[in-house]
Design a protein around this ligand. Structure first.
Ligand code: SAH
Length: 209
């Protein structure tokens, strides 16, 4: 497919899937208009990269639907200079969106093959503000804590304790909570040893293992 064709599909995605559904933050819309989503899927999926649904990325995992990536990114209240921890690197697409908006991104993945692929793509595009960690995301990455924002891109039964502890006071965590079939996306704001919890709607993610 030609570059211009891919660019048109990307613009169309921003208009129809994001703006029309209420994504307003200019930083988010600009990031989606810029990041080449087709480079985060294999060549057989490339033609579907800008469609309104998730896609398989191998090892039984998926790259989330563009709108869901936008909704989660917007809920994190990011801006330049902020430090964000992502759990579940997967294809690295969400990582790229975060790296466009935040100051520094730390991303954890426990399937080495996916991590190597994602790192290859992101290095190739030229991001220099991403740190890749291989390990169990439920433990977070205490070495660089606390984080202004934490994004979990796989569904958990409850908020992992280590992740809550690694969140800055006043910081925001976005996490899908629930079982295999019924999940809601939550925006958690850490406050005085507890948190405020806001339901962003029903979603379906692969489980946090
Ligand atoms: N943000 C990704 C979506 C990835 S799907 C993207 O845009 O492509 C969720 C990812 O979480 C998968 O890659 C899966 O391997 C990873 N994952 C699941 N449980 C994990 C855990 N305990 N630790 C680290 N990564 C985990």
């Amino acid at each position: 497919m030609k570059k211009t064709q891919l660019e048109l599909m990307r613009q169309h995605m921003v208009e129809m899937q994001l703006k029309r559904r209420g994504i307003r933050d200019k930083k988010i819309l600009d990031a989606f208009a810029k990041v080449p989503r087709h480079r985060f899927v294999n060549r057989f999926q490339r033609r579907f990269a800008y469609e309104d649904h998730p896609l398989p990325i191998g090892s039984g995992q998926t790259i989330s639907q563009p709108y869901i990536v936008a909704l989660m990114s917007e809920a994190l209240n990011l801006e330049g200079g902020k430090k964000v921890l992502e759990i579940g690197t997967g294809s690295g697409y969400q990582t790229a969106i975060l790296a466009e908006i935040a100051g520094e991104v730390f991303t954890v993945e426990n399937i080495s093959k996916l991590q190597a692929q994602a790192k290859g793509t992101l290095d190739d595009i030229g991001y220099d503000n991403i740190t890749f960690i291989e390990g169990d995301g439920k433990k977070g990455y205490s070495e660089s804590a606390p984080y202004d924002a934490i994004l979990v891109t796989a569904a958990a039964k409850k908020i992992p304790k280590d992740l809550y502890e690694q969140l800055e006071e006043g910081g925001i965590m976005v996490i899908p909570l629930g079982g295999m079939f019924m999940q809601s996306l939550y925006r958690i704001e850490k406050r005085d040893g507890s948190y405020d919890k806001h339901d962003l709607g029903g979603v379906r993610f692969v489980p946090l293992r």
